[in-house]
Ligand binder design. Structure first.
Ligand code: HEC
Length: 156
């Protein structure tokens, strides 16, 4: 679908860290949020993690926005227009049943445009494809293990 170089470039997009306005960062996006010009999101290359550890992937790729504990208060959250979803309440908000196939599709990116009008939640399918050198079985494993990890942190 895309050239090797093109896909590598996509991989650069994702894991996020926060930088204060005092520091200059040429690639930081300047969100159009009104009051919080203090924080900016800096995009850094997605680091490699083991596809078998949902927790390691969560900490590396998701915690910057959703928080270490999943409750939506990661360091990058204040710079976003939409508050990251509290991922510990996914089951509670779905009548006590963890919506696993919906979540897997959201992570991969299939559901994103339809269900959410914005792109603040990154699309991980293409990043995982690049990390795994286009091994789709590995992408499936990453998404499955991330979903299982999220299931394990649900509040009862
Ligand atoms: C750049 C910040 C950011 C990162 C990084 C991020 N998310 Fe999100 N995520 C969001 C935001 C913002 C929303 C809320 C989107 C909305 O409501 O439109 C969201 C929503 C979600 C939802 C809820 C979808 C639904 O239908 O309710 C899930 C599940 C989710 N993220 C999982 C993840 C996982 C897993 C990762 C890591 C692989 C991740 N997110 C990384 C910002 C982020």
């Amino acid at each position: 679908m895309c050239s090797r170089i093109g896909c590598l470039a996509t991989a650069l997009v994702l894991a996020l860290s926060i930088s204060l306005a005092a520091q200059t960062s040429p690639i930081a996006t300047s969100p159009t949020t009104s009051q919080s010009s203090k924080s900016q999101i800096k995009k850094v290359p997605a680091p490699y993690t083991s596809p078998s550890s949902g927790k390691d992937m969560y900490i590396a790729y998701c915690a910057s926005c959703h928080g270490q504990d999943g409750m939506g208060n990661g360091p990058a959250a204040p710079a976003l227009k939409t508050r990251p979803t509290d991922l510990t309440l996914l089951a509670v908000k779905n009548d006590g049943k963890f919506p696993d196939s919906h979540i897997a599709e959201v992570i991969k990116g299939d559901k994103l445009t339809a269900a959410h009008g914005n792109k603040e939640m990154p699309v991980w399918g293409p990043v995982f494809l690049t990390l795994g050198h286009h091994d789709t079985a590995q992408v499936q494993m990453r998404i499955h293990n991330l979903t299982t990890y999220l299931e394990s942190i649900q509040q009862k």
